[in-house]
Design a protein around this ligand. Structure first.
Ligand code: F6R
Length: 359
């Protein structure tokens, strides 16, 4: 049940330190990443990895996929809804990774079937043991976030992202010519501190104050670069789902290629920084500020964004690979409070279902 909480979504946001600790449990051994069913050598034959997913899971796939690409593995990140139209041929040296919380999303299952029909190997990254994706794929990796009741995905996004970051390191260790990140030991060490950092965000967040301050805005924009881009897209999706307000996420540099026409004093911009690739976010936030838009910097306090504005949703210092996930929790809280102040049915937004089993 919801216990003392008004909404499952809030309970699920608050449970992320525990959910993430479960996700990580037993999967880090010194500098090594361990997945029991995927021992070293499992990915030796793989040349290309395709991620397929929808909605929030697609944003987690972007987050993991960008890291795999950076490690030198040929990587494609595809919306499952576009798979039939845009994927191109695959073969047995392709690993298709289906990222699906429920394991029942029809568009995602269809994409995997199309790939495996051509001989691709498949791996499901899911929350639900025994789900269709888990049963149909050659292998399954569980994100172990625990059941999620709120329609808006929160803790499962965090657990998916961390699982995919770890899986990326496991794959990169096997694929010939790939290079796992240089500071892997440091990265994995900061991961073990992530549940505590999440706790700090939950205890200190000023998101409710900002949700109130910007209650009467026309539009809400979210920008970020690199890993921050996927966080910006996720922040906007969550905001529109539960508040019913106009929200959009962009890659920071794209703002000036069109969306800037929508930027006014009535459109706060939530600028996500991670401590890496933040320069474009800074210059574009300055540009938007000069058009009168309020800027909220979301990320580590020492990130360059801090000089652009006094308004911040700050997160503890950590490795840039994890900072975006902390920023995302600030954005989850922002959406939650913005929806609560509007009295929306937070756990069951209109027109949406938890599991979308039609194409
Ligand atoms: C957003 C949300 C949806 C799902 C999408 C995929 O909050 O919940 O966008 O992420 O429908 O669902 P799964 O992960 O079950 O395949």
């Amino acid at each position: 049940g919801k216990g003392e909480y008004d909404h499952y979504m809030r309970k699920e946001i608050d449970s992320q330190p525990t959910a993430l600790a479960n996700t990580i449990e037993g999967r880090i051994d010194g500098d090594d990443v361990v997945f029991e069913n995927l021992p070293p050598g499992s990915f030796e034959e793989i040349e290309t990895v395709q991620f397929v997913a929808c909605g929030t899971s697609y944003h987690a796939a972007m987050y993991g996929g960008q890291q795999l690409r950076e490690a030198g593995v040929r990587t494609e990140i595809l919306r499952a809804t576009e798979y039939g139209a845009t994927s191109g041929p695959v073969d047995e040296r392709t690993l298709v990774v289906a990222v699906t919380q429920s394991g029942e999303t029809a568009d995602t299952l269809d994409a995997v079937r199309r790939a495996t029909d051509q001989g691709a190997r498949s791996l499901a990254v899911t929350n639900v043991v025994g789900s269709t994706a888990a049963r149909e794929a050659d292998e399954a990796v569980y994100i172990r976030a625990g059941p999620e009741v709120g329609v808006a995905a929160t803790k499962t996004y965090s657990s998916q992202s961390v699982t995919l970051a770890l899986l990326t390191q496991r794959i990169a260790a096997d694929v010939p010519d790939a290079t796992p990140v240089a500071d892997r030991a440091e990265m994995l060490e900061s991961l073990t501190a992530l549940p505590d950092h999440l706790e700090t965000v939950l205890e200190t967040s000023q998101a409710e104050t900002l949700a109130r301050e910007y209650l009467d805005s026309e539009s809400y924009f979210f920008i970020g670069n690199g890993l921050g881009h996927s966080v910006a897209l996720e922040g906007a999706l969550k905001f529109k789902e539960i508040t019913y307000e106009h929200a959009e996420g962009f890659s920071s540099g794209e703002l000036k290629h069109g969306p800037l026409a929508l930027v006014t004093e009535e459109s706060p911009i939530f600028a996500v920084s991670t401590g890496s690739n933040d320069e474009k976010t800074k210059t574009n936030a300055i540009e938007a500020r000069s058009r009168g838009a309020p800027i909220v910097a979301v990320g580590p306090e020492n990130a360059p964004l801090a000089d652009v504005t006094e308004t911040q949703l700050s997160v503890p210092d950590t490795h840039p690979v994890w900072a975006g996930l902390l920023a995302n929790v600030q954005l989850q809280l922002l959406s939650y409070h913005a929806a609560e102040l509007r009295d929306r049915p937070i756990d069951k937004p209109r027109n949406l279902a938890k599991s979308v089993t039609v194409e």
